[in-house]
Design a protein around this ligand. Sequence first.
Ligand code: GUN
Length: 280
Amino acid sequence: MACVKLDGKALAMEIREGLARRVATLKERGVTPGLAVILVGNDPASEIYVRNKGIACEKAGMRSETIRMPEETTQEALEEQIRALNADPGIDGILVQLPLPKHLDERRALNAILPEKDADGFHPMNAGKLLAGEETVIPCTPKGCMRLLASADVPLSGKEAVVVGRSNIVGKPMALLLMQAGCTVTVCHSKTRDLAAHVRRADVVVAAVGKPGIITADMLKPGAAVIDVGINRVDGKVTGDVATEAAEVAGWLTPVPGGVGPMTIAMLLENTVEAAERRA
Ligand code: GUN
């Protein structure tokens, strides 16, 4: 059985074309969707992500504002900036790029974002709504993973899913979304005793750990759908959390790069356009 490549780059492009049309309609009604990204410090990986987000916004006809704050920014100054964006009628979505420098309190910063402008879905109110199964802003990476699975009609109802990683950004919301889709979900993490034994039972595997090649081909059930969220730099090359040989066993697999990464950006734009549509 040949492995189907889940082409996130192509799907993201298609989604972004659809969003550009929605942006054009909004502009006719006098509303230009605006996304503000706050970047504190100069983490090189974050620099690249933030630049790509800005470019994608502008290509879709949206307003993009990047606020760069120095490494030594205080909690008070960061929250002051967030409050200014909360009050800015031209801004529909606010994103605080994570991780923040160590002296800053991430949770307090995310709490300061107005829930209706929370482009990431990280505000506890939005995270709580997701937990409760209410309609809300869905975090971009898990949302993009679900869209990739849907694009290939990967069966989910009644299937076994294993999410590797328990972060607030990916692992936890991913587990909730898979559960909503009818999967029986197991969440594995750094304290899990026998990762391979769990992964081997899975029809759907989502790897979101940040360890290159932690999911090996021999751990996979033949025909499994494998979503690789990892973005690791190894000898200057970008690789995922899933070993390349997985393609010989998996039924579906996302490439890295060109899988989940472009989908995250497309979903960020979608979340912002949806917020602007609510405003309009
Ligand atoms: N850092 C890594 N991924 C993300 C993301 O999706 N949103 C934000 N704000 N920061 C991140």
